[in-house]
Design a protein around this ligand. Structure first.
Ligand SMILES: Cc1cc2nc3c(=O)[nH]c(=O)nc-3n(C[C@H](O)[C@H](O)[C@H](O)COP(=O)(O)OP(=O)(O)OC[C@H]3O[C@@H](n4cnc5c(N)ncnc54)[C@H](O)[C@@H]3O)c2cc1C
Ligand SMILES: NC(=O)c1ccc[n+]([C@@H]2O[C@H](COP(=O)([O-])OP(=O)(O)OC[C@H]3O[C@@H](n4cnc5c(N)ncnc54)[C@H](O)[C@@H]3O)[C@@H](O)[C@H]2O)c1
Length: 503
């Protein structure tokens, strides 16, 4: 059995940990069962945003007539989008080659599962098997679509984000598409296919689209998607799927009226949320604890309940975004692989994770919604500013009262005047949210334990201090510790710090 200093399972955000351990000359095993680079590169953020960016331009060109610019025959060239998208996805093999070239890194292409507290069996993709063990093990195995238990779905056939960017990639846009789920995945694909000319219907179980957003943002996006011709059915129960007259059919029931309807389309895309990839890991052989949905429980230092095992990214069930996963991996790299004393350790706090849904227009937020702030007992004040109130907004053709006149909404604690949450819907909301993320990240922070009972002796010592960190606005390291939503154009400014850090 090969023994390693470090084992990293998964090659999404966990690559940041591999890089840090590699720079220290440690002996590392990297295990990956699928395409290298994880969800973001292969079937998530990157290919969807290549599509979304093209879809945005379609909408912008259509709207440009209100400022005196006319473009005829605006259309998406699916072949160009397809070529650009797969060009990017295919970079995954370069990631594998990159790691394989290091003498201190062994790359295993296969599925890892625990056989003991620190040992793993790898069912290699070529049919062979390997057994390895390690001192430090990092789990970054991500998540996948949580397929609903819907009668007839398997027989009818369906798409997920995984198969759409895999064996079922469409050679041309569908004529019609039913989307199960009105979260970020459902809404972003609805925007893309709608702009590509597909007749799109979203079937959403919740009474709102994007229910993790502030209610005002959900209402705005509903109006926008509807204005663009997307049919949205809220508050629905999906009863069954079938094939009728050559079309795929979804039978749904309105939860309020009880009315049952049959919806037809060429294809069904399933986007009802995600489940962790922990089922393949056989964590029962370890002391790693999971919650009732199978997500690995981690503390503010990304420690699991098992000694020497950490977990980052989607698999820990906290804010499933790539920038959050990167942030966690950077914290571990700093704490464990940069020779700093524990008193200089960083920790994660999830209350300042920005989120952007790349619909048209974009929806972005950081911090608490109005409803969640009130629920937490804050006496809140609200400040709202519309795009049309700014000179640039007018220049863009936005007038007060326009359906698409986006806005910024601040949720403020009446007592302290602190910003509890910032919410933006409108053009480039992904960039406009950044100042609020920076502002909330700056300042003096005191460690806030997550899962109090998960604590290595070092974590216990740091909690007892208690550990503090002052992020003054001027030093470049404050930028390094501030998240930026991925993939927003604000990365161009925020990631300048990498050139300072020479990474
Ligand atoms: C359609 C879609 C669009 C998205 N858009 C955005 C966006 O715009 N912005 C954003 O921030 N987030 C977005 N996300 C979410 C984002 O992709 C994830 O939060 C992020 O990629 C998670 O990274 P990770 O490192 O935790 O896991 P992953 O990137 O999923 O990496 C895990 C890796 O582990 C491998 N693996 C799993 N189990 C094993 C095993 N047992 N053995 C070996 N290898 C294993 C997997 O094959 C995978 O490569 C999107 C997701 C989807 C599905
Ligand atoms: N721009 C981004 O950052 C981005 C984009 C896409 C995905 N993601 C991440 O990926 C994760 C998965 O996205 P998602 O949209 O699948 O998840 P989600 O859990 O956010 O949304 C799924 C939606 O589907 C609905 N739903 C669930 N079961 C249903 C059913 N049977 N019928 C009808 N509706 C049903 C739920 O009410 C929910 O609103 C998200 O948590 C998100 O963080 C991020």
């Amino acid at each position: 059995m090969n023994h390693y200093d470090v084992i990293v399972i998964g090659t999404g955000a966990a690559n940041i940990i591999t890089d840090a351990a590699q720079r220290q000359g440690l002996r590392i095993a990297v295990v990956e069962r699928d395409r290298f680079g994880g969800t973001c590169l292969n079937r998530g953020c990157i290919p969807t945003k290549i599509m979304v960016t093209a879809a945005n331009v379609v909408r912008e060109m259509e709207e440009a007539r209100r400022i005196g610019v006319y473009a005829d025959n605006v259309r998406m060239d699916w072949d160009v989008i397809t070529r650009r998208l797969w060009h990017k996805i295919n970079e995954n093999s370069a990631i594998k080659d990159y790691y394989a070239a290091f003498p201190n890194v062994d790359v295993y292409e296969g599925t890892a599962s625990f056989t003991g507290k620190k040992s793993l069996h790898i069912a290699m993709n070529d049919g062979t098997a390997q057994d390895i063990s390690g001192d430090k093990i990092f789990i970054g195995v991500g998540a996948r679509t949580n397929i609903p238990d819907l009668p007839g779905l398997e027989e009818t056939g369906y798409l997920t984000s995984e198969t759409l960017f895999g064996s079922k990639y469409p050679k041309r846009p569908y004529d019609s598409l039913l989307i199960i789920g009105g979260g970020p995945i459902g809404c972003e694909f609805a925007h893309v296919f709608n702009a590509a000319g597909t007749k799109v219907t979203i079937v959403q179980r919740n009474v709102r689209l994007l229910p993790k957003e502030d209610e005002d943002i959900s209402a705005f996006i509903l109006k926008q998607l509807t204005n663009h011709g997307i049919s949205v059915r809220l508050n629905q129960t999906t009863l069954s799927a079938s094939v009728k007259d050559g079309k795929k059919c979804l039978t749904v029931q309105d939860k309020a009226t009880g009315e049952t309807t049959e919806l037809y389309a060429d294809e069904i895309l399933v986007a009802p949320g995600i489940r962790p990839m922990t089922d393949l890991l056989h964590l029962e052989h370890t002391d790693v604890r999971t919650d009732d949905r199978g997500f690995i429980m981690t503390n503010e230092f990304l420690e699991t309940s098992a000694e020497g095992i950490w977990a980052i990214g989607d698999v820990n069930g906290q804010a499933p975004f790539r920038h959050k996963a990167n942030h966690e991996a950077e914290i571990l790299s700093h704490n464990l692989f940069s020779d700093v004393p524990p008193e200089q350790w960083r920790w994660v706090h999830y209350d300042i994770v920005p989120a952007v849904t790349f619909t048209y227009p974009e929806a972005a937020h950081v911090g608490l919604s109005e409803a969640s702030a009130r629920k937490k007992g804050y006496d809140v004040e609200i400040a709202v500013n519309h795009y049309s109130a700014s000179a640039k907004g007018y220049a863009m053709g936005l007038e007060p009262g326009d359906d698409d006149d986006g806005f910024v909404k601040l949720v403020i604690d009446k007592k302290t005047k602190y910003i509890l949450g910032a919410h933006i819907i409108g053009h480039e909301a992904s960039i406009l949210i950044q100042p609020f993320v920076n502002q909330l990240t700056c300042g003096f922070h005191t460690i806030a334990p997550i899962h109090e009972d998960i604590a290595s002796p070092t974590a216990q010592m740091l909690r007892a201090l208690p550990l503090t960190r002052n992020l003054a606005p001027n030093p470049v390291y404050t930028l390094s510790e501030t998240m930026t939503p991925h993939p927003a154009l604000s990365e161009v400014t925020m990631w300048t710090r990498y050139y300072y850090e020479k990474k």
